[in-house]
Write a protein that binds this ligand. Structure first.
Ligand code: UDP
Ligand code: MG
Length: 320
């Protein structure tokens, strides 16, 4: 046994079985080479449906440092990562994707920065060749809006390849919201942080589990769960539109009273229709936003557990 403190690795996996063997052996090789003997590898099986993840259970049965936390169904990467972080026992917890896109070679550097005092070490992705224009544009837009609305400082390119100290993990575990984005919550927590740049590798196999639709929902959900500003925006919009429409009405009346010196020639009903449509738009937008908040309040008040562990399919997971 080394004197180094125990490091936990949290790897969410959803139908990654084809590339998982490669990932696992590259991770183990890297850790062995770096002398990181005191470790636990927590694979969170996020309700994979390809069945072949059972191989991992076999590995775990022969190696106490490999733990498999099986969720009862697909809960999504954010919840799966949360489940893994909550189960971790290490002095530091490293979250890393199981699809081979996060370079394991950087792990020693993450640990070195942590040992030098950083409480959070964040992997920054500098390019991803396979990423489509839509996804790249989408993520730019997301970071811009997210930071503006929430006041959190999420750096563009920051990923879930991160290390958090045990103290940060303890605070993270106290957060109970259901609509969550792990990196957003960790950023919200603060603490001393460092960044490590890396180039994302292509996926080892399979497809990215996040569709544009899923990412869009994630962006909306996480902004709403961290910020009330969208509610104020609707209110401010309404407060701007109301006096403007009144001014427009006054303007039309004055122009008509002076027998149309501006030669607008617009019929009154045309203006009215445009105005009504606009106001209806404002109302609908505000209602939609209120609906979103209500739906969040709804899920939070249901107070269901964040995830369900399928204990029978898990290996080396504490009983409680
Ligand atoms: N993942 C998961 N649950 C899901 C979708 C993805 O646990 O519902 C895992 C997936 O197996 C991978 C990581 O989350 O280890 C990142 O997923 P992906 O590669 O699809 O996302 P991207 O690289 O596009 O961020
Ligand atoms: Mg990926």
């Amino acid at each position: 046994m080394s004197k180094e403190p125990k490091i936990s690795f949290v790897i969410p996996v959803y139908n990654e079985s084809a590339g998982l063997d490669d990932f696992h052996s590259s991770l183990v090789n890297c850790l062995d080479k770096s002398g990181l003997d005191d470790r636990e590898l927590i694979y969170v099986n996020d309700g994979s449906t390809d069945g072949r993840l059972k191989k991992l259970n076999v590995v775990a049965k022969n190696d106490k440092s490999v733990r498999v936390l099986a969720l009862s169904r697909n809960f999504g990467k954010e919840i799966a990562t949360t489940a893994g972080i909550q189960a971790a026992h290490g002095a530091a917890v490293i979250t890393i994707d199981g699809d081979g896109q996060h370079p394991v070679e950087l792990i020693p550097e993450f640990i070195a920065r942590w040992q030098a005092g950083a409480k959070v070490v964040i992997g920054l992705r500098i390019s991803n060749h396979k990423e489509g224009l839509v996804k790249r544009f989408g993520s730019k837009l997301f970071y811009g809006l997210f930071n503006r609305f929430t006041g959190a400082k999420l750096i563009p390119g920051s990923t879930d390849f991160r290390l958090i100290d045990r103290t940060v993990q303890a605070e993270f575990n106290r957060m109970s919201e259901h609509n969550r984005i792990t990196r957003g919550l960790i950023d919200w927590l603060g603490f001393e942080r460092e960044y490590i740049k890396f180039k994302a590798k292509p996926r080892q196999s399979g497809d990215a589990g996040y569709s544009f639709k899923k990412l869009f929902k994630l962006a909306i959900d996480s902004t709403i769960s961290l910020s009330l500003s969208p509610l104020y925006i609707a209110a401010i919009f309404g407060a701007v539109v109301l006096p403007l429409s009144m001014l427009l009405g006054l303007f039309m009346l004055t122009d008509a009273a002076l027998s149309d010196p501006l030669n607008l020639n617009a019929t009154g009903s045309a203006y009215v229709i445009v105005l009504i449509l606009f106001l209806i738009g404002v109302l609908l937008v505000s209602q939609g936003i209120i609906g979103l908040y209500l739906s969040h309040i709804h899920t939070e008040t249901q107070n269901r557990p964040l995830y369900i562990v399928d204990k029978a399919s898990s290996v080396n997971i504490d009983e409680n």
